[in-house]
Ligand binder design. Structure first.
Ligand SMILES: [Zn+2]
Length: 153
């Protein structure tokens, strides 16, 4: 299979079907082969991520954990939906991928982490990016909205 050419936003706008967040949810019937292949690769990767997430939750459960913490990426590209879920704790048995478990959308960079007590979190750090894209470390118990206020303004 040949690799698809670099895809411009204009080319995707012509061939892609977007949801109300701007995520590609399909391609038009008359889209060229390169667009189909690119979209199919994206779906295949998305399915792989979903399977990986289901395995991660199964592993957590089999190691005695009952809850997980939704963890969004702390940088300027994080979408408002993922940002609002950051730090929220859910029961593993209530997990619904796409609702309270990543991936929430295609190209979602979120993950889940085990739930630690607050003392452990206060003494731990979490990696983030400042507004210039440089890696920084912030307190592990900092939520996305706090990070955004302190580091992206
Ligand atoms: Zn996400």
């Amino acid at each position: 299979m040949d690799l698809p050419p670099p895809i411009s936003k204009r080319a995707w706008d012509k061939h892609a079907i977007l949801d109300n967040r701007g995520c590609i949810i399909g391609i038009h019937d008359d889209a060229p082969e390169w667009a189909r292949e690119a979209y199919n690769m994206q779906l295949t990767y998305h399915d792989w991520v979903i399977n990986k997430m289901q395995n991660n939750l199964t592993d957590l459960q089999s190691n005695g954990f009952k809850h997980y913490c939704y963890t969004a990426t702390l940088d300027a590209s994080t979408c408002p939906i993922c940002g609002s879920l950051d730090g929220k704790i859910f029961k593993i048995t209530d997990s619904v991928i796409g609702v309270n478990t990543p991936p929430i959308h295609l190209k979602c960079r979120c993950s889940v982490t085990v739930v630690f007590d607050d003392e452990t979190l206060t003494n731990s750090k979490r990696i983030a990016r400042d507004k210039n894209g440089r890696n920084i470390f912030v307190p592990a118990n900092m939520f996305y909205h706090e990070y955004r206020e302190e580091y992206l303004k």
